[in-house]
Design a protein around this ligand. Structure first.
Ligand SMILES: Cc1ncc(COP(=O)(O)O)c(C=O)c1O
Length: 377
């Protein structure tokens, strides 16, 4: 029996009827570009995230790009982010005309280390982009404090973490409520995934929302009148319809992911005690949505080969930290500059955690890992 890292067919069985109803609405209405269904989905996400505005965009990448474009970065302006993230986080800084400045991660959470961010601030810093990696939010209180003190924009890259929560100033806050703006991705493998690309920016700031709406339609809100040069970056109406049907399931799916994670946590305690691996640690005052369940292990590459040979889905997110990517050589970083990110890149492996994963499959994944290290379950 093989075990997939993610099996979207099982999810489709649950949502098929609801999805077909919403797709039929689009077909009946024949309103394909920014129609009422996009607005309905935007309102639903704004309510879900507890924010004032939600703007549907073509992808999570574009959500970052437009947010950064709205800062009107000048040559030499700096944006601080983590090197241990998906490429888009830093690629969009470059494409928005900024200079990516990396700060190392916290070795426990693998999210940006707020102290490293503080040290990376210069007079050219315009924004900080924490990434909520694998479903766990970066430590927002100190990042908000740094951003506020230096007067820079705080942009949450929440592509992997819609629905994640954290206690800040004694109250639970959802991702979206703690940055100046927050971006989501609806890439199919995300916790709320469409059937193609999609993304969104949420914010409480009226001016920011208005600017992003303008940027997504070629820089003008009135047809054929352009205040600035923008993009064609609209959330597709069919995707909005699919996502509208799926949103009511999201919290149940996140809870199921957490249940799978809790099972692995209990099962892998012995391996951690034996110094073989480290489980993902969720600091108190956080609720992860586990877009990935990511272990840090000894002998990562041989383990990956072993799991693949057994038909067990697994993946390495991410094998090369961004400061070592050839395209960013011009930034002048070299190996050893961000040791925690480099260590994480060498040790991480993500295993199946998706909501519909069956108990026997979890068991099989755990057994295969135990067998590799010669430990009885
Ligand atoms: C951390 C992070 N940022 C940005 C993105 C970009 O999102 P998209 O694939 O929707 O463009 C992704 C998703 O792939 C991501 O994981």
């Amino acid at each position: 029996m093989s075990v997939a890292l993610l099996d979207l067919k099982r999810q489709f069985e649950q949502v098929e009827a609801d999805v077909r109803i919403q797709i039929d609405r689009v077909l009946r209405e024949q309103s394909f570009i920014l129609g009422p269904i996009v607005q309905e989905f935007e309102a639903a996400v704004a309510a879900y995230a507890g924010v004032k505005h939600a703007v549907g965009l073509a992808s999570g990448t574009d959500a970052l790009l437009l947010a950064l474009r709205a800062l009107d970065l000048q040559p030499g302006d700096e944006v601080i982010t983590t090197p241990f993230t998906f490429f888009a986080t830093a690629g969009t800084i470059h494409n928005a005309g900024g200079r990516a400045v990396f700060a190392d991660i916290d070795p426990v959470t693998m999210n940006l280390d707020p102290a490293a961010v503080e040290r990376a601030v210069t007079p050219r810093t315009r924004a900080i982009v924490p990434v909520h990696l694998f479903g766990l939010m970066a430590q927002m209180a100190p990042l908000r404090e740094t951003a506020r003190r230096h007067g820079v924009f705080l942009l949450e890259d929440s592509a992997q973490s819609i629905g994640a929560r954290q206690v800040v100033d004694g109250a639970w806050k959802a991702t979206g409520q703690l940055g100046d703006a927050t971006t989501f991705s609806f890439f199919p493998s995300k916790n709320l995934g469409g059937y193609g690309d999609g993304g969104m920016l949420v914010t409480d700031d009226d001016a920011c929302a208005a600017r992003i709406r303008r940027l997504r339609t070629h820089g003008g809100v009135k047809m054929y009148h352009h205040d600035e040069v923008g993009f064609n970056s609209r959330l597709d109406t069919l995707q909005a319809a699919i996502l509208l049907a799926k949103l009511p399931y999201l919290d149940r799916w996140s809870a199921a992911r957490r249940a799978n994670a809790a099972w692995y946590d209990a099962r892998f305690a012995r391996l951690e005690d034996a110094g073989i691996l480290r489980r993902p640690l969720i600091p108190q005052g956080n609720e992860s949505v586990y877009n990935q369940y990511t272990l840090r292990v000894r002998d990562r590459d041989p383990l990956r080969e072993h799991l693949q040979a057994q038909g067990i889905g697994c993946a390495v997110y991410y094998p090369v930290p961004l400061h070592l990517q050839p395209c960013f050589a011009y930034l002048g970083y070299s190996a050893g500059d961000f040791p925690e990110s480099e260590r994480a890149a060498a040790e991480v492996i993500s295993i199946p955690v998706y909501p519909e994963l069956a108990a026997e499959e979890r068991e099989r994944v755990a057994r295969a890992i135990e067998a590799f290290y010669g430990v009885e379950g």
